[in-house]
Design a protein around this ligand. Structure first.
Ligand code: SF4
Length: 291
């Protein structure tokens, strides 16, 4: 069996930057709390926790006065930073620069909207941490849409400023934007600004991943349970190669998948560590596959 690891998989720079910051703090022997799971990958989280990282939620902040708390790559709404300031919590801000830039653009549109009456519309997953941070920069007044059926929440007679969560499917966002534009045209309202905010670290992998998936008899995709980009990138694999399997770690692997298989491709989400991908490859290599 020939096993090939997708050369484009591994942490994106946003996640890499956050992990490096956490590792630095932890290696200095400091207590470090993280607001939510730092990365949507259980294996990487287990490793960080073994080094001393503690995951906390917003409701724990009151008890963390004087401590150091990390904001992960997804970012946080402004209210979190004000609350931390009041509580004298030191924040280590690992918000991905791409997310920071998007938050800023949304905030500018929101503030300008006080004059233009524009609606801020975010294509994203309701309840996702990044969306909460983006919405917080729109005074928590953004309209969140997750699919075309939710476009009815928008008033097409008013101006619209459309954004996307960074890890959404770029093609789906294009389709949503086209629908919004067509509806607004129906009302004779041209006041629409679409911001292309899907992160290229995810969407930029689509073309290469399609080819990679089609070149192997089986694809093993390694990702976390809650990884939005993992779900999207896996769907790309599945379309090109129906014999694709999503796993979180080696325990999810079923040896019969590899019966009579000669070529295996392994890929992963932007939140999947390289060491876990290598571990999966080594494990598959040692499998004893019986007919
Ligand atoms: S996927 Fe893109 S936006 Fe999200 S953390 Fe990675 S680099 Fe940043």
């Amino acid at each position: 069996m020939k096993i090939t690891i997708d050369p484009d998989c591994g942490f994106c720079f946003g996640v890499n930057h956050a992990i490096q910051l956490a590792d630095k703090e932890l290696s200095d022997g400091k207590n470090l709390f993280c607001l939510g799971e730092m990365v949507h990958n259980q294996a990487q989280m287990d490793l960080l926790k073994s080094k001393g990282l503690k995951v906390v939620s917003h409701s724990d902040l009151n008890a963390l006065s004087g401590s150091t708390v990390m904001v992960r790559a997804h970012g946080e709404p402004p209210s979190t930073f004000s609350m931390a300031k009041e509580l004298e919590i030191e924040i280590i801000d690992a918000t991905c620069p791409i997310v920071t830039k998007l938050q800023k653009r949304i905030n500018e549109s929101y503030l300008a909207g006080e004059v233009s009456n524009a609606q801020i519309v975010i294509f994203g997953k309701p309840g996702h941490a990044e969306v909460a941070g983006l919405n917080g920069n729109a005074g928590n007044a953004a309209i969140i849409v997750h699919n075309e059926s939710e476009l009815s929440k928008i008033d097409f007679t008013k101006p619209v400023r459309l954004f996307s969560q960074t890890t959404m499917d770029a093609e789906q966002y294009k389709a949503i934007a086209a629908q919004v534009e067509s509806k607004m045209n129906e009302y004779g309202n041209p006041d629409l600004i679409i911001t292309k905010s899907v992160c290229k670290q995810v969407s930029g992998r689509t073309a290469g991943l399609k080819i990679f998936a089609s070149e192997h008899e089986i694809i093993i995709f390694v990702g976390g349970n809650n990884s939005a980009n993992g779900a999207y990138l896996f769907s790309v694999c599945k379309q090109s190669n129906p014999n694709s399997h999503y796993i979180c770690n080696i325990d999810d692997i079923e040896p019969h998948w590899f019966l009579n298989v000669k070529t295996v491709g392994i890929s992963g989400a932007t939140s999947t560590p390289g060491w876990l991908i290598e571990q999966v490859a080594d494990y598959i290599q040692t499998l004893k596959i019986n007919p």
